[in-house]
Every structure is written in structure tokens, then in C-alpha cells.
Design a protein around this ligand. Sequence first.
Ligand SMILES: Cc1cc2nc3c(=O)[nH]c(=O)nc-3n(C[C@H](O)[C@H](O)[C@H](O)COP(=O)(O)OP(=O)(O)OC[C@H]3O[C@@H](n4cnc5c(N)ncnc54)[C@H](O)[C@@H]3O)c2cc1C
Length: 294
Amino acid sequence: MKTDLPITDLFTGGKPLRSVEFFPPKDDDGWKQFSRTAERIASIKPDFVSITYGAGGSTRDRTDQAARILREEMGFLVMPHLTCAGSGQAEVLEVAKHFHECGFRNIMSLRGDPPKGETSFQPRDGLRYGSDLIRLLRSSMPDLCLGAGGYPEKHPEAPDMETDIRNLLEKVEAGADFITTQLFFDNAYYFRFVERCRAAGIDIPILPGIMPVLSYKQIQRFTDMCGASLPESLKSKLAAVQDSPDDVQKVGVQWAADQIEELLKAGAPGYHLYILNRANATLALVEALGGKTE
Ligand SMILES: Cc1cc2nc3c(=O)[nH]c(=O)nc-3n(C[C@H](O)[C@H](O)[C@H](O)COP(=O)(O)OP(=O)(O)OC[C@H]3O[C@@H](n4cnc5c(N)ncnc54)[C@H](O)[C@@H]3O)c2cc1C
């Protein structure tokens, strides 16, 4: 059985990383689209791909299935996500051990959000924060490479940025190897975030999360959900073409390309793409970037 490389090794290669995030589909049509998208995404040679995990383990089997398709059929380096929302220690360890036995060595480790209908996070079995999950995984499987989430505009529940960064430091001290950020549309948030992290003693790589806007309505729902803000200039560009899905996508792709170009020039270690299981915008984005990210 093949054992994966830890993603931390990729950060030292001197070349910006490109990673792509998928989510596990719900039905047959979704699985067909998932496989088609994954095949097309292979053409842009991501350094690694990740696959999300649903609240309360709701996607547990589908995350596993998707991770195995991406790894075994498509040959990607795959980082499954794992959350402790609604799960105790035994369950998260069982999932992580299963991935470990299958040869996975990278896990994005998150607290997760409360399940639908619940407003506050109910910890189980001592797993209250992302740092608790990271500590548990680090002590049980020391050879895992663990990713953690970071929030350039602050996690929505945190009272202020300073507190949120202190809590992020706790995840690093618990054993996180790198940080992938929540999506953002204004690079100034990322630059300030990295500066504050470094000042607080967080010295692991911080991979910026970028999402090319695919639809006007969807982006408003998304930004409400995750607390990312839409700059006024992007909002007005999107509003001007909102009735034309193709033009909305063109605006979204160009905005994301400009963000990535600026991030890489400023020394970001690469970029993580939230693609929502769609390939068109991602391929257009990579084309718009030309060779600028190689
Ligand atoms: C890259 C990325 C991938 C994601 N993938 C998924 C996914 O696959 N599935 C999914 O369900 N969700 C996913 N999410 C969303 C994530 O689960 C939510 O944002 C969740 O609310 C926070 O998870 P966390 O591990 O970052 O939380 P934590 O680090 O636990 O932080 C949550 C809140 O608690 C606070 N906090 C942390 N530690 C302490 C402490 N010791 N004392 C007091 N307060 C503290 C923080 O400041 C923050 O406000 C992802 C997010 C990111 C950035």
C-alpha cells in the first residue's frame, strides 16, 4: 500500500502550491459530476486536493468514498477533512485511523459548525475546539500532517481578531502543520492576518483560500454564512452583470486571478481553490493566470 507524502514537504519545494477543494456529492448525478470535474481538474495538476466532511459525521461514508476515488482512481494527493462536530473521541479516532490505514497522511482538522437547527456548538467528550481535535490526532498518529483553518476576517464567533489569533496559536501548539484560510476577496485581510500571525509567533505556512465567484446569488449566501466580506468594487461589477451567468463567472474568474497574482508576488506559499465541484471557472482561472503561478 502506498503511503502519502506529508503536505508540509511540498511547502519547501520553492514553488507556489495549488490545491483544490471538493465536497462529497449527495446523489448519483452529483457523483457523475464529481468524477467529470475531478478528471478535468487533473489537467491543471493540483499539488493536492481536499475533500470536506459534513456536520456530525453526516458525510462520513461519502467523504471516505470521494477521498478514495480522488486518490486511487485519479492519483491525486488527497487531504480528507475531519471535524469533531457531533462526534466523540472514539468516532473521530476511528475515522482518522481508517484514513491512516489506507495510506492517507494528511488531514484537515476542524471543529466544524453546529448541525442545522442548533445555534451553538455542543462539545462531546472534551472535543470543544479545533485545537482539541488536533491534539488528539497528533498524539494518536504522530506521522500525520495536520491542516488547520484560519480566518483572515476573524472567525464569526470570535469576539475580536486578537482573541482569534491567540486561539489559532493554540492549534499550532497542539500540532497543526499548516493553515488554510477561509475564503476572502480582499487581499488586504490576508496580508494583515499573516502579519498578526507572525507577530503572535505562528510560523507555519498560511495558504490563502480563494473562491472564483460562480453566481451572484450564491456568493451572497456564502459570504453571509462564512463571514467573508465582498468589496464594493467587486459587488458593483457583479451587480452590473447579474442577469448573465457567463459574465458573472468572467468577473469572478478575473477577480480571483488578480487576487492570486498579487498574493504570490507578495510571497504567499500558493493558493487553495474553493471550486464547489465545478471545473469550468477553475480551468478558466488557471488559463487567466497563464504561467504566472508556475
Ligand atoms: C480551510 C477550511 C476548511 C473547512 N472545511 C470544513 C469541512 O470540511 N466541514 C465543516 O463542517 N466545516 C469546515 N470548515 C468550517 C469550520 O468547521 C468552521 O469555520 C468552524 O466554525 C470552525 O472550525 P475551526 O476548527 O476553525 O474552529 P476553532 O479553531 O475551534 O475555532 C472556533 C471558534 O472558537 C474559538 N476558540 C478556539 N479555541 C478556543 C479556546 N481555547 N478558547 C476559547 N475560544 C476558542 C475561535 O476563536 C473561534 O471563534 C472549514 C473551514 C476552513 C477555514
